[in-house]
Write a protein that binds this ligand. Structure first.
Ligand code: F6R
Length: 366
């Protein structure tokens, strides 16, 4: 049931603090260490792994992009994130020393399942992240991380995505400790921060809901909406763009902000909406310059940033301020703003929010 919410999507957006808390807390033992049941990768296995592929479709692929960043940072292993339908038809050097991470909410996506089987055939170890116990993908895998998001009914994925991010945070920390590529103090600090995220997400949801609704009023009649970001923010931009197009039917595109001047900036005209994610502190100045570039061409700019970056109010038309956290956790906080904007825009357009045209919840055909 929708439990008083107008749509499953809104309910699922608001369930995220609980879904994240369940996915994290059930993996922490009384000593405060991460315990991953259904994953039997040992220190010896991990030390032999010299390459990681993360393979998925749609929103799950966007989670995989963040996973790639985390694995490279905390495991010091080169990681490639690929779209399942592309991965299947290209050449890869995969063997027993390759770990293939499969991400799928439903555990039934045809291209993702076949990519898994192909990689398994070549000898790779298969670890999957899925929300459905006993799904085809879970059954075919060596190791499984179950997200405890609960059933996701709305076609547009929300809580499955944020719990997939949590899966990557926990695995990157756990494997990093096993391999000794992350120091104990660092591990503890990051894990403690991870445990504060349900609370921070709750605050963000209640503080940003109204603003998201107002932004939706402005963009609902536009032809195109552009999403910008750098680094991890670019991945949030990709997810925000997908979320808006699939339920509002407005054309959207995400750009790495540094690529703008190599072509895409030609599309910016008076009133073009640009949603810019600016949460990554090391490259904050860079995204600010990009915001100024689109603003100078007349864009209507929404900046999504940390509370401390109030200065953005001077250059943007709207600023959404987020709870503070570590850089690596900002995608989890900022994506809820994109989810809310999508929801309210689709609602204002009178679309069937939970069952958008042409889409199925589980894509079991190629
Ligand atoms: C977007 C969305 C899709 C799915 C994709 C993969 O909101 O829901 O892009 O993420 O079809 O589905 P799973 O994760 O079930 O393999």
């Amino acid at each position: 049931s929708k439990e008083g919410y107008a749509h499953f999507m809104l309910k699922e957006i608001y369930q995220q603090p609980t879904a994240i808390r369940d996915t994290v807390e059930r993996r922490i033992d009384e000593k405060g260490n991460i315990v991953l049941e259904n994953i039997s990768i040992t220190k010896e296995v991990l030390e032999k792994i010299n390459k990681i592929y993360i393979v998925a479709c749609g929103t799950a692929y966007h989670a995989g992009l963040i996973g790639k960043y985390l694995f490279q940072t905390f495991l010091k292993v080169d990681t490639i994130a690929d779209i399942a339908s592309e991965f299947r038809y290209s050449e890869h050097n995969i063997d027993e020393n390759t770990l293939v991470v499969i991400v799928s909410q439903s555990g039934e996506t045809a291209d993702t399942l076949q990519a898994l089987k192909d990689a398994k055939e070549k000898g790779a170890r298969i670890l999957s992240i899925t929300n459905v116990v006993g799904s085809s993908i879970a059954r075919e895998s060596d190791d499984v991380f179950y997200t405890w998001a609960g059933p996701e009914i709305a076609v547009a994925s929300t809580k499955a995505y944020t719990t997939q991010l949590v899966a990557f945070y926990l695995m990157a920390l756990h494997f990093g400790r096993l391999k000794n590529t992350i120091e104990l103090t660092c591990y503890e600090e990051i894990l403690n921060e991870l445990r504060t995220l349900p609370e921070k997400l709750q605050i963000t949801l209640s503080e940003c809901d109204k603003k998201a609704k107002n932004i939706s009023e402005t963009i609902k009649d536009k032809q195109s909406v552009f999403y910008l970001g750098r680094g991890l923010d670019y991945y949030t931009a990709l997810e925000g763009a997908l979320k808006l197009k699939e339920i509002s039917y407005i054309h959207t595109e995400a750009f790495p902000a540094g690529e703008l001047k190599h072509g895409s900036i030609a599309l910016i005209e008076e009133g073009t909406p640009v949603i810019a994610f600016a949460t990554q502190s090391l490259i904050y100045d860079k995204i600010v310059s990009n915001i100024k570039e689109v603003k100078a061409r007349g864009a209507y700019v929404v900046g999504v940033t940390r509370k401390k970056n109030e200065d953005l109010k001077e250059i943007c038309d709207e600023v959404v301020l987020l709870e503070e956290s570590f850089n690596i956790f900002m995608p989890l906080i900022s994506v809820v703003v994109a989810q809310l904007i999508s929801y309210y825009t689709a609602l204002l357009k009178g679309n069937d929010v939970d069952k958008p045209r042409n889409l199925a919840k589980s894509v079991t055909v190629e």
